[in-house]
Design a protein around this ligand. Sequence first.
Ligand code: ATP
Ligand code: MG
Length: 435
Amino acid sequence: MRRSRAFIPTAKEAPSDATLPSHQFLVRGGFINQQGAGLYNFLPLGKIVLEKIRAVVKEELDFAGCCEVQLSFVTPISLWERSGRADAMGKEMLRINDRHQNEFVLSPTNEEAMVELVKNRVTSYKDLPLNLYQINTKFRDEARPRYGLLRGREFLMKDGYSFHSSKEDMVREFDLMESTYKKIFTRLGLDFRVVAADSGAIGGDGSKEFHVLADSGEDTLIVCEACNYGANIETIDEFKDKIDELNEKSYEELKEQKIDQKCSCGANLYFKKGIEVGHIFQLGTKYSAALEANFSDENGRSKPFEMATFGIGVSRLVAAIIEQNHDESGCIWTKESAPYIVNIMVSNVKDEAQMSLGEELYVKLRAAKVDVIFDDTKERFGFKMKDAELIGFPYTIIIGKELESGLVQIFDRKTKESFSIDVSSAYEKIMELIK
Ligand code: ATP
Ligand code: MG
């Protein structure tokens, strides 16, 4: 992409309600803009990041044997009445009427619709297991939409549902999804923890959450300093009465607080703040029994499916990546999530030698399928640099005055350091850095 042709409306000021870095920088960097409370438009840069995250999620799920579908976002209220959730979901569920006064819901999740889809289409144990997923818009009329993409009302979620002939097989899939989710968050370059969680309104037994560790996280976790153990404080009896109080505390305040209990491995436990980016549940037969979705087992007996459900907050991840990776100047994208991994910046576009080298590198990197943006705009060098830091391209090749001595600079956004390199090795060096 040529910057002169791009739509990247960066801004000096953040909206007044933007208190978190991800909210400020994503708006200022021209990734998103607000349409209404908890409603966001994705501008070109935001859309690229969203699609990159979606692609990683899809690739790993497909590799694990899941099948992608796309269910209707609008669902009839009767579906929710049959499962008993029309009331249980309360005001979070947005209801609408059509011209005939039939009532519908903008789906906040899709357990019921998936069970309906599978019911009477999968009838034998021979057709199981089955894991269906979709990556689409969800709507929840959150009481407090805030923090930009972290708690929207309309957001992009991956939701998956698996169907099994036995509890053992469901638990096997649950474990497979845990390892698949770990691969996804690792590929996205995130520092995260898997913690024991409360099952909440969805119900069921086993439940684990995936949290991106960030001081601004809304959830409070307890993690072990030695082993992998972690839990959301919601699940620990000792903290039951203090959940809200602890969630209100900042990470700085919590850091000082000692926990008497030790981990079962013997090591100390400490508090961390987390952003929930994934949640996996063992549902059992809750929905299949309620909606009479049965299969026949090896002995011809009719049984409700054993089920599990798996969610990832795809649009929340865009913000979570930035909560974990930013500095005072702006975003620092990880390699897998960066909208463009290389930015070619020509310091003086009137200088023919600088421009033609910029063009040459741009063509070469594009031919090598590198996600590259070419800053060919007439802005001042200082402005362009600030803008590149705000947006957070991992690497910028700066073509400036040093070109007279046959050199260009490579700027590393994460370390904010730059080094000079011979023009002839610039391409190879960049290819090596982005590997
Ligand atoms: P939370 O406790 O943060 O409200 P939840 O438990 O309601 O989350 P799930 O029903 O498990 O969320 O939904 C699956 C995933 O969707 C969550 O792990 C989260 O990443 C994402 N998600 C949920 N609510 C929102 C929202 N309002 N905005 C953006 N992402 C969301
Ligand atoms: Mg919620």
